[in-house]
Write a new protein. Structure first.
Length: 487
C-alpha cells in the first residue's frame, strides 16, 4: 500500500532536482556565453570608445580578476545568507552589469561595469553548484550534473560565432543586451521553483583566509593569462605566478590551522573529490581547455581558412559535445566512473593528438569525423569529472567543495590556454621562424594529448566502485581488465 506513494515521492524528488539543475544551467549559459562572446567585438568596442583594440583587453582582465577575488567568498555567503538568495543576487548583479556594459560610452564606464559583472559571475558558479548539490539526491546527481555541464561545452563554441554575427549585423552592444532576457527568465525561475535555505549556525568570516586565498588566486590567474601574451614580458609574468603560488601556500597553511576556515580543506581527504578535482582531474582539464583554444588557430593560421569556414569546422566539435549527452548516464551506469574515465580519457587524448596529424589536404569528411570524436569524448569526460567530484562529499562539505572546485577549474582553464600558447611560442622559437606554421600546431596537439593521456591513466587509482551510488554501476567482471592494469 505504501509503494505507490514512495514511488511518487521519488519521482517528485527527481523532477525537482532536474528542474533546479536546468534553472542553474540557464544562468551558467548566460555567464559563460558572455565570457566567450566579448572577444569577437573588441575592435568595434575600441573604435566606439576611441581606444585601440589592445587596450580593450582590460575589460577581460578586470572581469577575470574580480572573479578570482570573490569566488573564495561565495561558499561562506551561501551558508550565511542562503544559497538561493545569493544566487538571485548574482543573477541581478550580472544582468544589470550587462545592461551597463551595453550602455557604456567610455572605457572607464565599461571597466566599472565589468567589475560588477565579474562579482556576479564569481558568486554564480559555485553557488549554483551548491543549489544543485542540496536539491539532488545521489541517485539524481549524475543527471543534474549533466544538465549544468552542457553550458560549459556549448558556450565556448557557439559564443565566438554568435558574437561575430551580432557584431557584424547589429552592434557590439547587443552582445551584452542579450543577457537581459536570459537574466530575467533566470530570476523568475529561481524565485518560483528553488526553495530557500541557509546554515543554522553560520561561521564567522575568516578574513585572513579570504585575503590570502583571493590574492593568491588573483595573482596566479593573472600570471597564467599573461603567458599567452609573451610581448608583455617574461619577468613580470614569472613574478606574478610565483607570488600567487607563495600566497596560495600561505593560504593552505592558514586554512589548515584556523578554527573557522573560509574553506574546509577536508574535502581533499575524499579520494573521489581529490582525484577528479585536484590531481588527475585538473591535469585532464588542462587538455580539455587547451583544445578549444588551439582548434580555431589551427584552422585559421595553419589551414588558412576564413573565420566563418573555421567556425563551421568547429561546429562539428560542438555537435559532438551535445551528442554525447544522451548516452553519458547509461554509459556510466553500465561501466562505472573508473572504466569510463580511463578508456574515454585515452580516446579523448588520442583524438587531441590526431588533430596534429591533419592538414589542409586531409579529406574534409575525415576532419569532421575527428571533430565529432573529440567533442564526444570531451563531453563524456567533462560530465564524469564534474559528477564524481561530489559523489562522496558530505552535506557539511558541500559549500567549500563547490567553491574549491570552481577555483581549480578556473586555474585549469587558464593554465590550459597558457600551456598551449607557451608550446606554440616555444616551437616557433626553436624553429627560428617569424610566424606560426602547421608544424608548431602538431607539436602543441601532441604535447597536450600526452598530458591528457597521463591524466587518463592516473584514474586507475580509483577503486572499481568509485561513485557507484551516483552512477548506479555494480562492479563486476567488466572491471577485471583494470585490476590487471593496476598490477
Amino acid at each position: 500500500m505504501t509503494a505507490i506513494p514512495e514511488i511518487a515521492t521519488l519521482s517528485e524528488t527527481a523532477t525537482h532536482a532536474r528542474r533546479v539543475a536546468l534553472i542553474v544551467a540557464i544562468a551558467f549559459f548566460m555567464q559563460l556565453l558572455d565570457s566567450t562572446i566579448i572577444s569577437t567585438s573588441l575592435p568595434q568596442m575600441g573604435a566606439s570608445f576611441g581606444v585601440s583594440p589592445v587596450a580593450m583587453s582590460i575589460g577581460i582582465t578586470v572581469y577575470m580578476l574580480t572573479m578570482a577575488v570573490f569566488v573564495p567568498l561565495s561558499g561562506w555567503l551561501a551558508d550565511r545568507f542562503g544559497a538561493r538568495n545569493i544566487f538571485l543576487l548574482a543573477i541581478v548583479l550580472f544582468t544589470l552589469a550587462s545592461l551597463a556594459c551595453g550602455l557604456s560610452q567610455t572605457l572607464t564606464q565599461f571597466v566599472a561595469a565589468r567589475v560588477v559583472q565579474g562579482l556576479g559571475s564569481a558568486l554564480m558558479t559555485p553557488v549554483g553548484r551548491i543549489l544543485v548539490l542540496r536539491n539532488a539526491p545521489k541517485s539524481e546527481l549524475l543527471n543534474a550534473t549533466a544538465l549544468i555541464t552542457w553550458p560549459a561545452l556549448f558556450a565556448p563554441v557557439v559564443g565566438p560565432v554568435l558574437g561575430g554575427f551580432i557584431t557584424t549585423y547589429l552592434s557590439w552592444h547587443w552582445n551584452f543586451f542579450i543577457n537581459i532576457p536570459l537574466g530575467a527568465v533566470g530570476l523568475a525561475l529561481v524565485a518560483r521553483f528553488i526553495p530557500g535555505d541557509r546554515e543554522a549556525d553560520p561561521k564567522p568570516l575568516d578574513w585572513p583566509g579570504f585575503f590570502l586565498t583571493s590574492a593568491g588566486l588573483a595573482l596566479l590567474l593573472y600570471g597564467l593569462e599573461r603567458i599567452a601574451h609573451p610581448e608583455d614580458g617574461v619577468l613580470p609574468t614569472a613574478l606574478l605566478i610565483v607570488a600567487g603560488i607563495v600566497l596560495g601556500w600561505l593560504a593552505v597553511r592558514h586554512l589548515r590551522r584556523a578554527p573557522h576556515p573560509l574553506l574546509d580543506l577536508s574535502s581533499f581527504k575524499v579520494l573521489t573529490f581529490a582525484i577528479s578535482t585536484l590531481a588527475a582531474g585538473t591535469i585532464f582539464r588542462v587538455a580539455i581547455n587547451a583544445t578549444p583554444f588551439l582548434l580555431p588557430l589551427l584552422f585559421q593560421v595553419g589551414f588558412g581558412l576564413s573565420p566563418v569556414d573555421a567556425g563551421l569546422m568547429i561546429l562539428a566539435y560542438f555537435l559532438g559535445n551535445l551528442g554525447m549527452k544522451t548516452v553519458t548516464t547509461p554509459t556510466l551506469r553500465r561501466f562505472g566512473f573508473r572504466s569510463v574515465m580511463v578508456v574515454n580519457g585515452i580516446i579523448a587524448s588520442a583524438s587531441i593528438m590526431a588533430c596534429g596529424a591533419i592538414s589542409p589536404q586531409t579529406p574534409q569528411a575525415l576532419v569532421v569525423a575527428l571533430m565529432l570524436i573529440a567533442g564526444l569524448s570531451r563531453s563524456m569526460q567533462f560530465t564524469a569529472l564534474n559528477t564524481l567530484a561530489f559523489a562522496d562529499i558530505d552535506a557539511s562539505q558541500r559549500s567549500s567543495a563547490a567553491t574549491l572546485s570552481s577555483m581549480l577549474q578556473q586555474v585549469a582553464m587558464l593554465f590550459g590556454v597558457a600551456v598551449a600558447a607557451a608550446i606554440l611560442n616555444l616551437s616557433q622559437i626553436v624553429r627560428d621562424r617569424p610566424a606560426l606554421d602547421l608544424v608548431d600546431f602538431r607539436v602543441a596537439f601532441l604535447a597536450i594529448g600526452a598530458i591528457g593521456l597521463v591524466a587518463a591513466l592516473r584514474f586507475l587509482v580509483l577503486p572499481p566502485g568509485a561513485g557507484a551510488e551516483v552512477s548506479g554501476h555494480s562492479p563486476g567482471n567488466s572491471d577485471r581488465f583494470f585490476r590487471l592494469m593496476r598490477r
